[in-house]
Write a protein that binds this ligand. Structure first.
Ligand code: ADP
Length: 664
């Protein structure tokens, strides 16, 4: 307020001065009149008077004015300031800052304030100019007008006392006056400053700074007055500080909690999304790669998606199917159907349960061929258990049927082959045992032939030879010869076969083969088999077919032994195990056990208690097991039934040859 008042007073006094007359004027001196003027001035003002420049080209020194078209030299100073006396003779128009204000005054005929500058005697100041003309109506043309401005009145204002206040402001309060055309932080625009503020104090960064700006309501002096006050720490009282610190802390905590909570939520959402995308991707990849055809429908039976397998069966592309009714996309017909069949899609949507496609469902493909389709329609439920659509999973049964038939044929072929091989080896192994038995058998016809021949000889040697009797004896002898020949033929049939091969044998596999070979028999005999096969059983060295022969014999004997027993007791238990580096195979039955009189001769050839038995099975089995370094043994179980078991050494190195199809 003080500054404004002061400036107001100054302006008044300036106007007053101007009213007084031309005492303060600076004349306009044309270059042509320079010397003449200087001479006159040396008389009237000062002996060494000269028109001079100061501080031009950045040099703070006085110099004789350079030749210029005209000058506005200082000729008068009121009050006379001793320290400022060098100013006499200064061409104010030479100074660019002043020149601007002078020109403006010439143009506007108004009082114009110059930009502030440093005063020779110290401090800042500025000059108010007013141009006076030698005519009452100056020309509009600038040059003419300038020539008409023959006098200049200037009032130098020292800013030192301008901002006067009764009391100095506190140290944390600044007061500044600056020229409006300059930025507040441009020092060249600054006229006056009191208590200049430190720019980088802690308070400046942390506490508020109050600024008040006021434009001086003056036509001539376009100045801004600014006062700033930096709030210091002292304004906070301790209790207030504590309270505000607590509040700040609380707010910070709450803020941090809210931030964390949001972060966690975002993270959870991100993870959930990621999981969802991964699941979706996986489901999508699965759907694309499975060979079954899959089609998804919305709750109105409109197709949403089909996988490539479905595209192939339907012979349509996803893009052509999407958005169409399923009944239009997959027109099912029912072969040889007598009653009306409700379409399975509508049925699934109506009942919201899984509906199988009817057994006789077919679709017709583009070239009129019918495809037998198998599959089902399953309802889809949302998270709230609401019905949202259905999935149709289906497959073309044509290729599957063909494959199944081929597989059955191949398996039957293998089975036949296997049986042929088995019979062959059976004969081979029987050979040795048969030889003994057959020798015994041959003995009988030979003995008979011998006695017939001896009888014939006797009869022929006797006198009363009876032809009929001789012929009869010879016929009988021939018959016996034929029988012997037959026996020999049978023996040769055995001998002619090749001998067996050894190989690594997995006895578990042998058991599987035997059980599949005797499946029909087991069914006929109504016998159940139980297996207890050791996982990872080591292999042994043997002829795999021979081993099957042994196991088959044991299983068959077990079945026959239980023939008279109730069906639910007809159980054969087969077990494999390892004992002391040998593989043990055991076959147990629930029959009557081996008769006491048979037990000591069990493995002798031709010993049988059966009407149609040969009495060779166990003999052959014994010799097969023995030929691979094992012993077949038998015993009766305490609670009834017989147990047969044999063991073979584990083969080293233990190599499994599972490919049974390659054996001879
Ligand atoms: P086959 O079966 O032709 O009689 P085997 O050598 O296989 O010839 O059997 C000899 C005899 O051993 C049989 O007749 C039967 O008396 C007896 N035997 C074999 N296995 C068993 C068994 N599991 N239970 C009771 N007796 C058996």
């Amino acid at each position: 307020r003080a500054a404004v008042a002061e400036t107001g007073t100054i302006l008044n006094s300036l106007n007053n001065c101007l009213d007084l007359g031309g005492h303060f004027m600076q004349p306009r001196i044309e270059l042509a009149h320079l010397h003449e003027f200087e001479r006159e001035a040396q008389h009237s003002i000062r002996a060494d008077y000269q028109i001079r420049d100061f501080g031009l080209d950045g040099e703070r020194s006085w110099r004789r004015a350079a030749p210029r078209p005209f000058y506005y030299p200082v000729t008068f100073m009121e009050p006379p300031i001793a320290s400022a006396s060098p100013v006499l003779g200064l061409d104010v128009y030479a100074d660019k800052k002043l020149q601007l204000a002078i020109d403006e005054s010439v143009m506007t005929q108004k009082i114009i304030a110059s930009a502030p500058f440093n005063l020779v005697e110290g401090g800042r100041g500025y000059i108010l100019f007013k141009a006076l003309f030698n005519t009452s109506s100056p020309s509009a043309d600038y040059f003419t007008r300038q020539q008409q401005a023959t006098r200049l009145v200037s009032l130098l204002i020292s800013a030192k006392n301008l901002l006067h206040a009764d009391e100095l402001p506190p140290s944390n309060m600044t007061m500044r006056l600056f020229h409006k055309q300059y930025q507040p932080d441009d020092v060249s625009g600054q006229i006056y400053a009191l208590n200049e503020m430190k720019k980088s104090s802690v308070e400046r960064h942390l506490l508020p700074l109050f600024t008040y700006e006021h434009a001086i309501p003056s036509e001539f002096q376009p100045f801004l007055f600014e006062t700033q006050r930096q709030i210091g720490w002292e304004v906070f009282r301790l209790s207030g500080l504590v309270v505000s610190a607590c509040v700040t802390l609380l707010l910070t905590l709450l803020g941090a909690m809210a931030f964390n909570w949001r972060r966690m939520q975002q993270e959870e959402t991100r993870l959930a999304n990621e999981l969802l995308y991964r699941e979706r991707d996986r489901a999508f990849v699965t759907l694309r790669s499975i060979t079954d055809a899959v089609m998804t429908l919305n709750s109105d039976g409109v197709v949403e998606y089909v996988n490539p397998a479905a595209e192939a069966i339907l012979q349509k592309k996803l893009a052509d199917i999407q958005g169409k009714q399923v009944t239009a996309v997959m027109a099912l017909r029912y072969e040889l159907s007598t009653s009306k069949i409700v379409d399975p899609f509508s049925q699934c949507i109506a009942d919201q349960r899984v509906v199988d496609l009817p057994d006789n469902a077919v679709i017709q493909d583009n070239d009129g061929q019918r495809k037998l389709i198998e599959g089902n329609v399953s309802p889809l439920f949302g998270s709230q258990q609401e019905f949202i659509g259905a999935v149709v999973a289906f497959r073309d049964m044509g290729p599957i049927r063909k494959k199944a038939l081929e597989a059955i044929e191949a398996s039957e072929k293998r089975l036949r082959q296997h049986q042929v091989e088995l019979a062959h080896v059976a004969r081979l192994n029987t050979m040795g045992e048969m030889a003994a038995g057959i020798a015994h058998e041959i003995n009988q016809p030979l003995a008979a032939i011998l006695s017939y021949n001896q009888a014939c000889i006797r009869m022929l040697q006797s006198d009363d030879a009876n032809d009929d009797e001789i012929i009869q004896a010879m016929k009988s002898s021939a018959l016996q010869s034929k029988r012997a020949a037959e026996i020999i033929t049978r023996l040769r049939a055995f001998v002619s076969k090749k001998s067996s091969k050894t190989a690594p044998v997995d006895l578990n596999q042998v058991i599987h083969n035997v059980l599949s070979l005797s499946e029909h028999h087991l069914k006929d005999f109504q016998v159940i088999t139980e297996t207890e096969l050791m996982y990872g059983l080591p292999v042994v060295t043997a002829d795999p077919i021979g081993m099957e022969q042994v196991v088959l014999n044991l299983v068959r004997n077990g079945m026959e032994a239980m023939q008279e027993f109730p069906t639910d007791a007809r159980i054969i238990h087969i077990q494999t195990a390892v004992q002391e580096s040998r593989v043990v195979l055991t076959v147990r039955d629930g029959g009557a056990g081996i008769p006491a009189e048979v037990l000591p001769h069990l493995f002798d050839p031709f010993l049988t208690t059966k009407d149609n038995g040969m009495g060779l099975g166990l003999t052959i089995s014994y010799s097969i097991v023995e030929s691979y370094g094992g012993t077949l043994s038998a015993k009766n179980l305490p609670h009834g039934g017989a147990e047969f078991s044999f063991s073979l050494a584990i083969r080293y190195p233990n190599i499994v040859d599972l490919d049974l199809s390659e054996r001879e």
